[in-house]
Design a protein around this ligand. Structure first.
Ligand SMILES: Cc1cc2nc3c(=O)[nH]c(=O)nc-3n(C[C@H](O)[C@H](O)[C@H](O)COP(=O)(O)OP(=O)(O)OC[C@H]3O[C@@H](n4cnc5c(N)ncnc54)[C@H](O)[C@@H]3O)c2cc1C
Length: 390
């Protein structure tokens, strides 16, 4: 078994790094951190011009050939560098769902601008009363001639304030739980939709969105009436296969940078050695490095399965579950290691390594929630991986 990614993927890695060196400035990273918005139109345009946005899309849709492992490398590099990519990732996830479940007109109108980075599509699944149990959605869509009229609210609609469309999960029939759901690609910029800012503990900006007699044409229904649960399954499959190994690598680099420069206790002869020489520091860094490697390998395994045309039923959730919990463990461990200095917040001038350890401590908490909580991932693994009953 060869765990190396191969020449093609490694040459893509070099290309992505060169792009990031040129376009991902410290100023941009800082702006994204202050606003909490992981999307930047200028950065997305630059990715398109560099040919990186179209990676993995079929050539007939303007894509550039790239297999799942190459795509994995792109995501590893973007996430390690803290690039503002989340808007692209939801847009492309929905565009791929349109490719599989939409009709010809929807494909023609959505996929080309999505591949060029000209539109932003966000996810409107979670509601104030339901997140894990999405089939309990109560936001109603009622037919009115050629249109549907939508009333309700959606929680955590990340990037709705910069989005053009939302993939909305709505209830069209109250007599059946799962078969009463339908999905729509709804235009966001209309009077019946209100977007209100919500800030998370890690500083990410997300939104609550209210729908009051908002309208969507039936042409923008994705799939059958009552077929929303199947469409949602297509979309969520990808979210359940994410991983946070690259975020751990970033955290490890920050902790190692600190350990190389922070002075330790003087040795008996009086010489002050850096903290990196301290066995406890090495043990913690070693633990983090090991779990970062396992996280990367789990995500690459899910990608390798996708490349072979196998949707990773339990392996994707294993990647999401292990890496988000490993990131939380590592952030707590390294926070503890840095002592009181770790409390200095991200971007504070006195914070060690730009406050990345402090930020990782907060950021890691969200990773165990979005894209399906750890409990939900464990249930999926038990059911699909071990064949246990529901
Ligand atoms: C930063 C951030 C960004 C997000 N962005 C989006 C977005 O863009 N679009 C979107 O639609 N959603 C988004 N979400 C929502 C996210 O997917 C949900 O928060 C998540 O699915 C959990 O739902 P919930 O918050 O309603 O918690 P709940 O479902 O109420 O869960 C509460 C607790 O109960 C546990 N639990 C629930 N059901 C079970 C069960 N069956 N078995 C065992 N334990 C269970 C959960 O694990 C959790 O610990 C975002 C969330 C965050 C934090």
């Amino acid at each position: 078994m060869d765990f190396r990614l191969g020449k093609q993927a490694e040459s893509l890695r070099a290309e992505v790094r060169a792009f990031l060196d040129q376009h991902l400035t410290d100023e941009l990273v800082e702006r994204c951190h202050r606003t909490g918005v992981a999307h930047d139109a200028g950065f997305v345009r630059a990715m398109h011009e560099a040919g990186l946005l179209a990676l993995g899309w079929p050539e007939e849709w303007g894509g550039r050939p790239c297999d799942a492992l190459g795509f994995c490398v792109l995501e590893e590099e973007l996430s390690r560098a803290e690039a503002p990519y989340y808007g692209v990732s939801t847009t492309h996830m929905v565009a791929r769902t349109v490719l599989r479940c939409g009709n010809d007109r929807q494909r023609a109108e959505i996929i080309p601008p999505a591949v060029r980075g000209e539109i932003v599509i966000v996810l409107g699944f979670t509601e104030p009363e339901c997140g894990s149990d999405l089939a309990a959605a109560r936001t109603r869509a009622v037919r009115d001639g050629d249109h549907w009229v939508v009333n309700g609210s959606k929680m955590f609609t990340t990037n709705a304030h910069v989005g053009d469309h939302v993939l909305l999960l709505a209830r069209t029939d109250t007599s059946s739980k799962h078969e009463g759901l339908t999905t729509f690609l709804m235009p966001l910029g209309q009077p019946g939709i209100e977007v209100q800012e919500v800030r998370t503990v890690s500083g990410e900006r997300t939104n609550i969105t209210y729908y009051r007699d908002a309208r969507v044409h039936d042409d923008w229904r994705i799939g059958e009436v009552g077929g929303g649960w199947r469409v949602l399954g297509e979309a969520l499959q990808e979210e359940h296969s994410t991983g946070f190994g690259a975020s751990m690598v970033r955290l490890l680099e920050a902790a190692e940078g600190w350990a190389r420069s922070a002075p330790g206790r003087p040795a008996p002869g009086g010489a002050v050695r850096p903290r990196i020489d301290d066995p406890d520091v090495r043990e913690r860094l070693g633990r983090c490095a090991t779990e970062a490697e396992v996280s990367l390998l789990l995500q690459r395994r899910a990608a390798a399965m996708a490349r072979q045309g196998v949707a990773p039923p339990a392996e994707g959730p294993m990647s999401k579950l292990f890496s988000s919990e490993a990131l939380t463990r590592a952030a707590e461990d390294l926070f503890d290691l840095l002592g009181p200095d770790a409390l200095r917040s991200r971007l504070s001038p006195a914070a060690p390594e730009g406050g990345r350890v402090e930020h990782a401590m907060r950021f890691s908490l969200g990773t165990t929630i979005y894209g399906g909580t750890s409990e939900i991932q464990r249930s999926i693994i038990a059911r699909r991986g071990l064949g246990l009953p529901r």
